[in-house]
Structures are given as structure tokens and as C-alpha cells.
Design a binder for this molecule. Structure first.
Ligand code: UT7
Length: 322
């Protein structure tokens, strides 16, 4: 027997408003053709009035609690990954904590941009197995569209808003039982200038806009993701053939294809939502996970590999028996 963090439930939330590429092309010098060909994105959800990172996070969290059959008072730890908090402080996790009624436990945000959910999952899993709580909510929530420069067509067409959440619960399970088997996390600060926001409280005292050298990020993403995916499988003596579903960060269809090809993973094992949601940064992995759980593709016992890469650079992967 071994002690593991099990995914007891998943949930997600999207803003009401859907913006298609055609609609964007009315105000941005772009086209549906260019966006679909270069990224696979067809539409994105965009937060409107009254919709914030915390409102999306709370909705996703409530759904994950319902799916797990528990209520907020049973959650001892909330780790929320975001680059777009409601406020510089307090942590958005504390707003969620109050809304779901788990006051008194641990709640904090992590910032690892698009890899944020993987970082949050790794941190929550370690804290649960260390006995600091018995159940955790791990959330990725973003309103990335509020960081965009609508004059910069190379970035503003690529992002969307949303949230995803999972309830983790520690249990003693058999070696071949469910739970998080391993998580590998990495960062390399040498590449900060390829993907960053040109503002912040300590520099410009403003929020700033997202800046990206897309082509360079693309190149690093494929190499780093294939490496980290290979390494989590190797650690657990598993091969790509053992994987039932890859749940990747949804930045670009071409990155998904290239990474799967590099590892010899058939494309039909890759959960794709980038066409509908665009890049929702830290929210994209838990959103994709919940979509595939809801539509019945991901079933109990399936072997999942979650992966992401983003600003920092940060990247990581987690191998999970669902
Ligand atoms: O989530 C964090 C990680 N982020 C990523 O993984 C993003 C990785 N990068 C990418 O997904 C791709 O590099 C992009 C989708 C961002 C761009 O695709 P690309 O094939 O690398 O295009 P590019 O940036 O090299 O631009 C090609 C051309 C340029 O024109 P010229 O210089 O060749 O005449 C751009 O000006 O496309 C032009 N362009 C556009 N045209 C129409 C750039 N943005 C647009 C646009 N509409 N929105």
C-alpha cells in the first residue's frame, strides 16, 4: 500500500461571451484563416462585466466539490494558480475559500503562468502527503484577455478566459491503484524576455500587457514538453503505449501535434480544447481535463499525463491514474 493524492472530482467554468475569430477580425488586422492555420483556435470565451478570475474559480470549485460529493468545509487546502488575480493581494485563493466556506484552512496562489496548474498540483500533492491537510482544491483560473494589448495581433488572438478545478484527497491505495504517481516541475529564468508582461506593481505600478516572441516559445515548448513527458513515464517504468489520455496545456494545435509525434503518441489520445477555449494559461489543463471527464472520454482507472509549458520559462508534467 502507498499514500497517494486521488482526484476525487473535477469542475470547470467559462465566461458567457464567446468571441469567434470572425468577430475578432472585425477589429483586429487578422483573419479566421490565419488564426486557425497557425494555432488551431476558432473561438475563445471572454470575461464580461461581473466576471473575474475569482468568480470563474468559485464556479469551477463548486462543481468539483459536487463531483467529489463533499462540501467546502471538508477542504483544508486551496492552491490556486493564476497570472491574473482579482487584486495584487489578497490571494485569489482566499476569496474562493470564503465563498465555499472552508475558512481556517490553508489558501494561497501560485504564479507559474501557463504551467501554474501543474505547479499547484505538485505543491498540493506534496502538502497532502506530508499530512498538512486531508483534502485540497487545486484550481487554475485566468482572465488573460484583461492582459492583452489589442493592438498586438500576434498575441491578442491567442488567449481566452476560464477556470478548472480538481478536488484531491489522500488515501492509502495499492501500488497499481489510483492517484498522482509523479510530478516533474522545471523553470529556466534565462528565457524571461520571450514571454512576459511589461508591467507590475514593483516596476510600473500598472498591470501591463502580455508580450511574446511566439516562434521562439514554440521551439522551446516542443523540446521541453517531449523531455518532461518522457521523464515522468521513465520514472514510473511506463511507455507512451501505456498512456490512455494526454491532457496538455492548450496553446497551439501545432505544439500538441509536434509533441505527440515526438513521443510516438497517437493524436487521438490527446485531449484538445484549444479550438474552443484558445490559450487560457493556468486554466487550460484543468479545463481540458474536466471536459474529457464530463464527455465520458476519461474514465476511472485511465492513465493520464498532464503537461504544460509557459512564461518563465516554466514547464512540467504529472502522471496520474484517474
Ligand atoms: O502558453 C504559453 C506558451 N505559448 C505558446 O506556446 C505559443 C507558441 N507560439 C505559437 O503558438 C506560434 O508561434 C504563434 C501562433 C504565436 C505564431 O505562429 P508563427 O507561425 O510562429 O507565426 P509568426 O509569429 O512567425 O508570424 C508569421 C507572420 C508574420 O508576418 P511576416 O513577418 O511573415 O510578414 C506576422 O506578422 O504572421 C503575421 N501575423 C499575423 N497575421 C495575421 C502575426 N499575427 C497575425 C495575426 N493575423 N493575428
Amino acid at each position: 500500500m502507498t499514500r497517494r493524492s486521488i482526484i476525487a472530482g473535477t469542475g470547470s467554468a467559462l465566461p458567457k461571451r464567446v468571441v469567434t475569430n470572425h468577430e475578432l477580425a472585425q477589429t483586429v488586422d487578422t483573419s479566421d484563416e490565419w488564426i486557425v492555420e497557425r494555432s488551431g483556435i476558432r473561438q475563445r470565451h471572454m470575461a464580461g462585466e461581473g466576471e473575474t478570475t475569482s468568480t470563474l474559480a468559485i464556479e469551477a470549485a463548486r462543481k468539483a466539490l459536487t463531483a467529489a460529493g463533499i462540501d467546502g468545509s471538508q477542504i483544508g487546502l486551496i492552491v490556486l494558480a493564476t497570472t491574473t488575480p482579482d487584486q495584487t493581494f489578497p490571494a485569489t485563493a482566499t476569496i474562493v475559500q470564503d465563498a465555499i466556506g472552508s475558512n481556517g484552512g490553508i489558501a494561497f496562489d501560485v504564479a507559474a503562468v501557463c504551467s501554474g496548474f501543474l505547479y499547484a498540483l505538485g505543491v498540493a500533492d506534496s502538502m497532502l502527503r506530508a499530512g498538512m491537510a486531508q483534502r485540497a482544491l487545486v484550481i487554475g483560473a485566468e482572465t488573460m484577455t484583461r492582459l492583452l494589448d489589442w493592438e498586438d495581433r500576434a498575441t491578442c488572438v491567442l488567449f481566452g478566459d476560464g477556470a478548472g478545478a480538481v478536488v484531491l484527497e489522500t488515501r492509502e491505495v495499492a501500488e497499481d491503484g489510483p492517484g498522482i504517481l509523479t510530478t516533474h516541475l522545471h523553470a529556466d529564468g534565462a528565457h524571461n524576455e520571450l514571454l512576459y508582461v511589461d508591467g507590475g506593481p514593483s516596476t510600473t505600478q500598472s498591470v501591463g500587457h502580455l508580450r511574446m516572441k511566439g516562434r521562439e516559445v514554440f521551439r522551446h515548448a516542443v523540446v521541453n514538453l517531449a523531455d518532461v513527458l518522457g521523464n515522468v513515464l521513465k520514472e514510473c517504468d511506463l511507455s507512451p503505449a501505456d498512456v490512455d489520455w494526454v491532457v496538455p496545456h492548450q496553446a497551439n494545435q501545432r505544439i500538441l501535434d509536434a509533441t505527440a509525434k515526438k513521443l510516438g503518441l497517437p493524436p487521438e489520445k490527446v485531449v484538445v480544447t484549444v479550438d474552443r477555449h484558445a490559450n487560457t494559461s493556468a486554466a487550460s489543463v484543468p479545463l481540458a481535463l474536466d471536459c474529457a471527464v464530463q464527455d465520458g472520454r476519461i474514465k476511472r482507472g485511465d492513465l493520464l499525463v498532464l503537461e504544460a509549458m509557459g512564461g518563465g520559462f516554466t514547464w512540467g508534467a504529472s502522471l496520474i491514474r484517474f
